[in-house]
Design a protein around this ligand. Structure first.
Ligand code: R5P
Length: 290
């Protein structure tokens, strides 16, 4: 028989209960589970994230830097906020003791040998729940051969995620034939957001990126794209953040760097430390030299 407790008396009747606005752009009306997952991906301190993207093998196999995830990638994970990968890599290589949030690649199908926009949803929401992921990621091919289907696939994933409180990150793909300018990205990210994506990954453009972020009602993170010199990659990240991005989802510019661990730390200095590119590059060089 439990001991009888005394009735509480301290009701603070003159103090209204506090309710805070959620810190992420366009996300205030989401349900608790969605917000909680997003708050694990994006830091509530500064609203930013460093996602480490290592999902490239889902269409291009063991590309440079991803030959051995256990050896090359796992040492980078402590400096990332979020790991973005496929369920195959998660189950086979990533230790389940990982407490960082995972964003799971949930689309796939064609390889680099075929038409890439022919992607499908390649993962069931039930498995996303089983794996405890914080968001799903799906490629959307605006202007691509299978544009319409890829958009509808995204909406299906959004609907499935909404049932269980799992956010969807839409990834704007840029195929060979697609443009890479602000006008194109304004269209692509806005379509993704209008049709339900909770945040969008896109590419940085030198001209007018601030119009891409301004006209997108949900957070944007940038992909790194092809490998470029380390200082340039740090500058791109810095400029993207200055122009409204909420973080990076970076892969090749980290794991293909001369020293990926040092690059990871330099990116961290830019995203969360507000470090300017020159200083971050100095940090990279000093860490690399160690
Ligand atoms: C496509 O391969 C994936 O969505 C990658 O996660 C994405 O492109 C980000 O990686 P990277 O910075 O290498 O472009």
């Amino acid at each position: 028989m439990p001991e009888k407790d005394k009735e509480g008396k301290n009701f603070h009747v003159n103090q209204p209960q506090e309710s805070e606005l959620f810190f992420l752009k366009g996300s205030n009306e989401l349900d608790w589970g969605m917000k909680n997952r997003l708050a694990r991906i994006f830091s509530p301190e500064d609203g930013r994230t460093i996602m480490l993207a290592i999902d490239h093998g889902y269409f291009q196999g063991p590309t440079t830097g991803l030959e051995r995830i256990d050896i090359n990638i796992m040492p980078l994970v402590p400096q990332a906020d979020t790991l973005m990968c496929t369920r195959g890599i998660l189950r086979s290589v990533v230790p389940p003791s990982l407490t960082k949030p995972v964003v799971i690649r949930a689309s796939g199908g064609p390889s680099i040998l075929k038409e890439l926009s022919d992607e499908q949803i390649a993962m069931d929401m039930e498995d996303c729940i089983r794996l405890g992921v914080c968001a799903t990621a799906i490629q959307v091919f605006i202007g691509g051969e299978y544009e319409s289907r890829s958009v509808i696939n995204m909406t299906k994933l959004v609907d499935a995620g909404l049932r269980y409180g799992i956010p969807t990150m839409a990834v704007t793909a840029v195929g060979r034939e697609m443009e890479r300018n602000a006008k194109y990205f304004r269209l692509a990210v806005r379509m993704c957001a209008e049709l339900g994506a909770h945040y969008v990954k896109t590419y940085y453009v030198d001209e007018g990126f601030d119009t891409v972020t301004a006209s997108c009602p949900v957070p944007i993170v940038i992909a790194g794209g092809k490998k470029r010199p380390e200082r340039d990659a740090l500058e791109m990240a810095y400029r993207a953040l200055q122009e409204g991005a909420a973080g990076v989802d970076m892969g090749r510019n980290i794991f293909q760097a001369d020293n990926p661990v040092a690059m990871m730390q330099a990116v961290r200095a830019v995203v969360h430390g507000g470090e300017k590119p020159d200083k971050a590059f100095e940090l990279y060089k000093s860490l690399k030299g160690k």
